[in-house]
Design a protein around this ligand. Structure first.
Ligand code: BG6
Length: 483
């Protein structure tokens, strides 16, 4: 099955922070892939803007290197790369001063979509927004794209929202959570709302519990400075995992559009109970397998930030009252594996005498790697000798089902195309982000007030022992973390 590619409108995209890591690893290679796929019109242009003094030729050379580093060789034929690079321009700009702004203004063309990607520290958002207006570069149709972290608590998120709102309407602001750009995350909505099979059972009457796991094998690497100020709760739970939870728990939106989807997600966040401290386990990875431990990675021997967190969350509404959601995420774990598992309840009555083989139905949505869906169902064990039950998977790998052509686009490239299309459905609205912080803040504050310390765990494991207990004491078990 070959996916349909519908070109987006012609655009001028300015990337502030164009020499930074995100631009190099994700934004520029992603734009190249969209160009190659025919989604970016040949007239569209990408303008790098950063403090570094260099000319367009040097920026093109940097971008060529980024494409070589981050795009599969089979996807980067030399002439396509050159054609893409010819759409690139560069302006050296002073975000807090005046240099470069007139030059940027002169590059912008009338009559095409204007988008500005703020791939810079949040402290510069206000300066950029203000200068874009003062220099007549942004208009009422322009879009801005901003990255996480969107604040580090409710107060700072509110301040950031206010800064942006002083210059742009909410309909112009695209807050990226790259998890919403992942193919399988969007599939979660297709599975729920384009099938009759699951939705009637998608509630506390039929679902025993939900597990959401985002496990990584990497450590904090070179990002220790940022990460240590965040910890897993701010880095992963407040945003990515919260978004996954919302997509699982939300009511069916009346339409797949920005207002409807985001209204429903917001209701879920507001329905979250405060988390009992006994329902959270934090961990920090130790050294092992020739790799440094967390404390050495962040160069702070006294750090109390967590590289792992597991928690039990309750959504207090009619649909979910009584069905716990267990969330866990961590670094340096046994495998890179992200999945959502919906475990259904037992049938009300068994007609079989021998129920030894009985296991619950589980719907597993694998986010990465090996994207796909797996439904564990009960069947009869083959052969004579009576009715014995066994569990088998109805296993669908998207790569197999959709064919090798189903190249799964990276989250960023898909989201940038949505910005150009003017579709905010997969971006976070300001009120959602604030609601998520309002729920997260007391948890983090509680740790600080109590002087809570994360538990050490060995790398290559499933995390701290106590995380197992979080489920055992409810008579449940975490699924094994494996690729
Ligand atoms: C980022 C976090 O937002 O998401 C990282 O800051 C994390 O710490 C990453 O590693 C995970 O993203 P992915 O797409 O690799 O699952």
């Amino acid at each position: 099955m070959v996916s349909r590619v519908i070109p987006v409108e012609t655009f001028d995209l300015v990337i502030f922070g164009a020499t930074g890591d995100l631009a190099r690893r994700k934004i520029l290679p992603g734009l190249f892939r969209r160009f190659r796929a025919g989604q970016m019109t040949p007239e569209s242009r990408v303008i790098g803007a950063a403090r570094t003094e260099m000319d367009a030729a040097a920026f093109r050379a940097q971008t060529r290197a980024a494409i070589e580093d981050f795009v599969d060789p089979a996807q980067r034929q030399a002439e396509t790369v050159e054609a893409f690079l010819s759409r690139l321009d560069y302006v050296a700009i002073d975000a807090r001063g005046t240099a470069g702004w007139a030059a940027l203004g002169a590059l912008m063309r009338p009559g095409v979509v204007r988008a500005f990607y703020f791939s810079v520290a949040p402290g510069l958002f206000g300066d950029l927004a203000e200068r874009l207006h003062r220099n007549g570069i942004a208009d009422t149709d322009s879009r801005i794209v901003v990255e996480k972290p969107f604040g580090r608590d409710l107060a700072s998120a509110r301040a950031l929202n206010a800064t942006l709102a002083a210059h742009f309407d909410e309909r112009q602001i695209y807050r990226i959570d790259h998890y919403l750009g992942k193919e399988t995350v969007q599939n979660l909505m297709a599975v729920r709302f384009a099938n009759m099979l699951f939705e009637p059972l998608w509630n506390a009457q039929h679902v025993d519990h939900v597990q959401i796991t985002v496990a990584e094998t990497v450590g904090v690497g070179g990002r220790g400075g940022y990460y240590d100020k965040s910890g897993a709760m701010r880095d992963m739970v407040q945003n990515h995992m919260m978004q996954l939870l919302c997509l699982i728990a939300m009511e069916p939106p009346y339409h797949f559009d920005p207002a409807a989807v985001r209204d429903e997600k917001l209701k879920v966040i507001r329905a979250l109970d405060p988390v009992d401290p006994a329902d959270i386990v934090r961990g920090q990875y130790l050294a092992g397998a020739g790799q440094p431990g967390y404390l050495a990675d962040v160069e702070n021997p006294a750090s109390r930030s967590e590289s792992y967190v597991a928690l039990k969350v309750h959504v207090s509404n009619w649909r979910w009252k009584g069905t716990p959601f267990y969330l866990r995420t961590g670094k340096r774990l046994r495998a890179r594996a992200s999945e959502i598992a919906i475990t259904f309840k037992e049938p009300p009555h068994s007609i079989f005498d021998d129920v030894q083989g009985w296991r619950e139905n589980v719907l597993v949505i694998r986010l990465q790697p090996n994207e796909g869906i797996n439904l564990m169902v009960m069947i009869k064990e083959p052969g004579p000798g009576g009715m014995r039950l066994t569990q088998v998977p109805l296993d669908m790998s998207f790569a197999k089902a959709l064919g090798a052509e189903a190249e799964i686009a990276d989250a960023y490239e898909r989201l940038i195309m949505d910005v150009i299309r003017g579709n905010q459905t997969l971006f976070m609205r300001g009120d959602e982000v604030e609601a998520a912080w309002a729920w997260t803040d007391p948890i983090i504050q509680g740790w600080e007030d109590r002087g809570d310390r994360p538990q050490p765990y060995d790398p290559g494991t499933s995390g701290p022992e106590d995380a197992l207990m979080l489920m055992h004491r409810d008579g449940r078990r975490w699924r094994e973390i494996r690729e």
